[in-house]
Design a protein around this ligand. Structure first.
Ligand code: HEC
Length: 163
């Protein structure tokens, strides 16, 4: 019995070791050469900016924090795939420099209201990324009126960028 356990433990370790060296089925994540600094309160003011930072930044910005196990295959493959897909759909890193359609804002509110975002597998590990009802309401209020005073930060006001 103990021998069997030892054998399977060895087998699993060997499998993991092999996974680390086989070519990844997805391109590994690389840090952009010049990572953009995102001022999160520019995206939705202080309150909403903080929620988006807490719950969305890892997959929807270039501000991705990869935990140690995120470098271990096959988790690293899944992570790279999610981040790449997430960024391609919605990237908060270039928020300031592009226009936002009503449709895009509506999609954000929909995704958090119906619980599809943040991805469930993510909130299982990152408990603090779970959204409360209040978080969802704040995101949707902002999505419905993104340029209202409440959601435009002081810096943006003075720079007059969104006015
Ligand atoms: C673990 C990674 C991850 C996190 C965290 C995450 N997303 Fe996503 N998001 C994705 C992926 C992957 C897609 C594209 C695939 C899909 O549509 O399911 C996506 C798609 C979207 C889309 C496009 C519409 C849609 O539903 O497909 C929106 C809007 C969105 N996310 C908003 C958010 C918001 C807002 C947050 C934070 C509250 C968030 N996401 C957190 C990975 C993530």
């Amino acid at each position: 019995m103990r021998a069997t356990l030892k054998c399977s433990a060895l087998g699993v370790s060997a499998l993991f070791a092999v996974l680390q060296v086989v070519p990844a089925p997805v391109q590994p994540l690389t840090r952009p050469a010049t990572p953009r600094v995102i001022t999160w309160q520019h995206v939705g003011g202080y309150e909403v900016g903080a929620v988006l930072y807490r719950a969305c930044k890892d997959c929807h910005s270039s501000d991705t924090r990869v935990p140690w196990y995120g470098h271990v295959a096959p988790i690293s493959w899944m992570l790279a795939k999610h981040v790449r897909e997430g960024r391609s759909k919605l990237d908060f890193s270039d928020w300031d420099s592009r226009r936002h359609s009503a449709n895009e804002m509506e999609e954000i509110c929909d995704a958090v209201s119906n619980g599809s975002m943040p991805l469930r597998g993510y909130t299982m590990i990152h408990r603090d990324a779970k959204l409360s009802k209040h978080d969802v309401d704040s995101i949707c209020d902002w999505a419905n009126a993104p340029s209202s005073e409440k959601y435009v930060s002081q810096t943006l006001d003075t720079a007059g960028r969104r006015k």
